[in-house]
Design a protein around this ligand. Structure first.
Ligand code: ADP
Ligand code: MG
Length: 646
């Protein structure tokens, strides 16, 4: 077994998390106290619960011989209450267990085996569910004869469908997952797959259903006993006590009130524990969880540096301010006690008509940087803790109110996400989705927006655009969907177009066509392009400037031609060396050994030091600044000038 690396922050155990939920703690305290007293019944100094004493009938509570009074046969209410709680708890819990085991078994087998077995089992369950369910319990008890055992059986049976349905649903979502295929390929038997692969994964569903139904089952037991179909005289359970007190509720209310209050308290306690367990085992259902994520990345204004216009902004376009000027952007994720510095001190300038490529290994902070521009980094756990992002010379995007930001999103600043299938609504024709974007920002009529949408679909090269506009996303190929997404991004003639690896999911020829398209459209509309990719070839054909990112920092920037011809940072050199060249099979493509440091444990000095062929002692001693290394070029390397080292 591999040694697990020491982890300073562990997910707290289920008990610790449960103990943070005050209501669940209250619930468990109530339930624990009641269960404890019920368990201790044989050892408590109680009189026989069934001992009648006609002389002491209907004593009020707090009378000298009976703390909670006596009932119409002179039996001690406290003693009957404690012994009766024992019975009610035992019946409720056993019924839950039986229903859970039988129902989960049926659900698991039905979902896993499928076909006729599934049909037969589920139709049986449907038949059980077709009857109103207390009526069914009554019918079962009526057929079998009134007794506590039969009541237990009836309640178990009527609750089996809840478990069967919940577990079948959960199992169905798992049986087609790859880990089940893998288990099958590994030669595991069906039984083994059911018990060791599927069961543990649906266990939370079973536990949640149990904890939320056990209170209900105790109530049902009480209900049947109340009607005289459960516990038979003289045996006490909470329901039969309630039934006994019913006829004298006016003259001696305590006889019914005492078990009634206990049922109420017990069921509330059990449900509080159940809700607490559910919140932990299925956080998606937690109260309030559905309101996340917030519409905009949280910023921490108090800690942000004032947004000065960057001095290093090399604008190729005269004196007009750059369209986008990001300065010192710090975006981090706070998960538990760990802080992941996904983007630290990122500077980036985008002038009108510019096309800037951002490259770097996966996880280097490219997407986070781009998402920060429009406040799209999810909060929690994301936070922008520093920097400024000026748009069009004046507004700091981190300070604009949300409504202003929403007007810019998809309007003057457009974003093409990586996976076109996940960003399109599967239930809406693609033309409507483009029209919706147009309408949101240009306020056109339905007809006008639709016409615009079709026109843009035509412009991005979809054949038969009027027809394709009525197609749903799943009816289009990957390349066509990506064209739709591009049409959506361009339809409002944005000033800035951000594209995050828009072609990684596509084959090479489709990719080339899409890239040509983006480039043509950019030139025609004069938009500035921020293009994220890990493909240096794409940058070379599409971009004029390039930004190389490593572990959340910019390590080199400059005109593409110059950077690719004479890279100044060893990381850029490594990336370039990894590009395969036709006709040179002897090229080593593993030019950068090792992995980037995790961004929650960045070293003090240069983050690349451990992989760098030219590292010197000074590299590890202090943070290395980004400094000018040529016309409109910067690099974050102490040895950037030793042009030919390494
Ligand atoms: P890439 O350069 O591949 O686009 P990203 O910008 O997506 O990289 O990610 C940068 C870092 O931020 C990574 O270390 C990643 O683990 C972390 N990260 C990104 N999104 C999240 C998130 N939603 N929650 C936590 N960490 C995240
Ligand atoms: Mg990314």
């Amino acid at each position: 077994m591999m040694e697990r690396p020491a982890c300073p922050w562990r997910r707290p155990s289920i008990w610790v998390r449960l103990s943070r939920n005050h209501l669940a703690v209250l619930g468990s305290t109530i339930v624990a106290a009641i269960v404890l007293v019920a368990l201790l019944a044989p050892w408590l100094p109680l009189v026989d619960p069934n001992l009648t004493a006609p002389a002491d009938r209907l004593q009020p509570p707090l009378s000298p011989t009976a703390l909670l009074g006596t009932d119409q046969l002179g039996r001690d209410v406290l003693s009957r209450l404690i012994w009766g709680t024992r019975v009610s708890l035992a019946v409720g819990l056993s019924a839950t267990l039986i229903a859970a085991v039988a129902g989960s078994g049926i659900g698991l087998v039905a979902a896993y085996v499928g076909g006729p077995v599934d049909q037969a089992l589920m139709r049986g369950i449907d038949m059980l569910m077709a009857f109103p369910y207390l009526l069914l319990a009554l019918a079962i008890v009526a057929a079998l004869g009134p007794s506590l055992m039969n009541a237990l059986l009836a309640i178990s049976v009527v609750n089996i469908p809840f478990f069967a349905r919940a577990v079948r649903g959960a199992t169905l979502s798992l049986v087609r997952r790859e880990f089940i295929d893998a288990a099958r390929l590994a030669g595991y038997s069906r039984f083994r797959i059911l018990t060791s692969e599927l069961l543990p994964n649906v266990m939370p569903v079973i536990v949640i259903t149990m904890s939320t139904t056990v209170g209900w089952m105790i109530l049902e037991t009480a209900g049947l006993s109340f009607l005289g179909l459960g516990a038979q005289p003289p045996q006490a359970d909470l329901g039969s006590m309630l039934g006994d007190g019913r006829r004298i509720v006016v003259t001696a209310p305590h006889v019914a009130a005492v078990p009634g209050v206990l049922i109420l308290v017990l069921v509330i306690g059990i449900n509080l524990v159940g809700d607490g367990l559910r919140d932990i085992l299925d956080p998606r259902l937690k109260a309030g969880a559905l309101s996340r994520p917030v519409a905009r990345t949280a910023t921490m204004p108090a800690q942000r540096r004032p947004g000065a216009l960057p001095s290093t902004g090399p604008s190729e376009h005269g004196s007009s301010p750059p369209l986008l000027a990001m300065h010192g952007l710090d975006t981090q994720f706070e998960i538990g006690r760990e802080v992941y510095r996904a983007a630290s001190g990122v500077d980036l300038t985008l002038g009108r008509g510019d096309s800037l490529g951002v490259v770097g290994e996966s996880g280097s902070g490219k997407s986070v940087t781009a998402l920060s521009v429009l406040g799209l980094v999810p909060t929690p756990p994301g936070r922008i803790t520093g920097g400024s992002i000026r748009f069009d010379g004046t507004i700091d995007l981190l300070d604009v109110p949300l409504s202003g930001l929403q007007d810019l999103r998809g309007g003057r600043i457009a974003y093409i996400f990586q996976d076109p299938l996940t960003t399109l609504n599967p239930l809406m024709p693609v033309g409507e989705q483009v029209a919706e974007t147009v309408q949101r920002h240009q306020g056109l009529s339905n007809r006008g927006a639709w016409a615009q949408a079709v026109e843009w679909l035509d412009r991005v090269g979809l054949r038969a655009p009027a027809e394709k506009a009525r197609a749903f996303p799943h009816e289009l190929s990957g390349g066509q969907r990506q064209r739709v997404v591009i049409a959506m991004a361009l339809a409002n003639r944005p000033d800035v177009l951000i594209a995050d690896e828009p072609t990684t999911a596509l084959d090479v020829t489709t990719q080339a066509r899409i890239l040509d398209l983006v480039n043509d459209l950019r030139r025609q509309s004069g938009a500035a392009l921020l293009f994220i990719t890990h493909d240096l070839g794409v940058i070379a054909t599409l971009c004029t400037r390039v930004l190389v990112m490593y572990a959340g920092q910019v390590v080199e920037s400059g005109p593409v031609a110059a950077v690719f011809a004479t890279p100044r940072h060893p990381y850029t050199r490594g990336l370039l060396a990894c590009v395969p060249v036709l006709g040179q099979p002897e090229r080593a493509l593993d030019a950068i050994p090792g992995l980037p440091p995790p961004v929650n444990r960045l070293p003090r000095g240069c983050a690349f030091a451990d992989r760098c062929p030219s590292v010197v002692a000074a590299c590890r001693q202090a943070p290395v600044p980004l400094r000018p290394v040529g016309p409109a070029r910067t690099a974050r390397c102490l040895r950037a000038e030793d042009g030919l080292h390494g």
